[in-house]
Design a protein around this ligand. Structure first.
Ligand code: SAM
Length: 281
């Protein structure tokens, strides 16, 4: 069954009070880790290895708090004028995402706080132009749609896989945002190089093919060539929102070289699967 991996975690972990205590910030982290380790065999079996692997990094606070910290940091860096957005509006949209989004057989490692960060940044930053590289079936970028529609902006969703590209377009249409986004099934680097307008926001979530003959395009290494292609298109003050950023990952060496040369504001959010926000100088 497809859908957010977190939904499965929530379902399975409903029977484990220590997890609820962790989410509420009521359990010291070493105790949380020790309990996870003690239950490893059982939880791996119930959750599957890839979901179990994320258990250690699920934040010990609400998605609201995690998001607010990022927004406050962006406001301090003067990248946002305000850090408050309409929570009631967010909850309405979240309900829509939970009930209307068609995942088919696809799973996503976008966690609740990561969707909320994308939603809130888009609401407060009001991008007019957004490019999503490796948009998959559109789930992460969909969170930016209400903000983008409010600013009458336009997003390009690029993915090389035709099935996910079609599904992203279908979901954007179902959500009612067809005028604001277009899914293009093509290589993100090529599309970025061809772009002849400037970008307010760039989202990176591609995962290059493991059999790509060019090593620097495999896995998350692809962020390097993508940011090289996108950085000059991004306007000064523009935002790069990335998934799966691991400061220790050698795959990201080229990516960090470009980022360090162009973005003084770098916010690594405390999210489950490594959301980072960069602001171009
Ligand atoms: C698997 S998704 C990332 C999943 C995401 N982190 C999540 O949890 O929802 C990565 C996507 O990058 C796409 N991709 C790989 N190389 C690409 C390229 N050169 N241009 C555009 N998309 C690409 C893949 O087709 C895939 O859909």
């Amino acid at each position: 069954m497809g859908g957010p991996v977190y939904d499965k975690i929530k379902r399975v972990m409903a029977d484990y009070p220590f997890f609820q205590q962790h989410l509420a910030g009521q359990l010291p982290f070493d105790q949380y880790l020790a309990t996870l380790q003690a239950l490893e065999t059982e939880l791996r079996q119930k959750l599957g290895a890839s979901a179990y692997a994320k258990m250690e990094t699920i934040p010990a606070c609400s998605e609201y708090t995690t998001t607010q910290r990022v927004l406050d940091d962006l406001k301090t860096a003067k990248a946002l004028a305000s850090s408050s957005y309409d929570s009631a509006e967010f909850k309405r949209f979240r309900h829509c995402m939970q009930t209307c989004y068609d995942h088919q057989e696809y799973n996503t490692f976008i966690f609740p706080e990561e969707g909320r960060i994308a939603y809130a940044i888009s609401q407060l930053f009001s991008p007019k132009t957004l490019f999503a590289a490796g948009s998959y079936y559109g789930y992460w970028v969909a969170w930016t749609m209400p903000g983008l529609a409010k600013s009458k902006g336009r997003a390009i969703l690029s993915d090389i896989d035709p099935s996910v590209s079609r599904l992203s377009q279908k979901n954007i249409e179902n959500l009612g945002y067809a005028p604001y986004a277009k899914a293009i099934c093509d290589d993100a680097e090529k599309l970025l190089r061809q772009l002849n307008s400037s970008l307010d926001m760039l989202m990176l979530d591609a995962y290059g093919r493991s059999d790509d003959p060019r090593e620097q395009y495999r896995g998350k290494s692809i962020y390097g060539p993508l940011v090289q292609a996108g950085i000059d298109k991004l306007r000064s003050g523009g935002i790069i929102l990335c998934h799966n950023i691991d400061k220790r990952s050698q795959e990201l060496d080229l990516f960090f070289t470009v980022i360090n040369a162009s973005c003084s504001t770098q916010i690594i959010a405390d999210t489950t699967d490594g959301v980072a926000v960069y602001v171009k100088d």
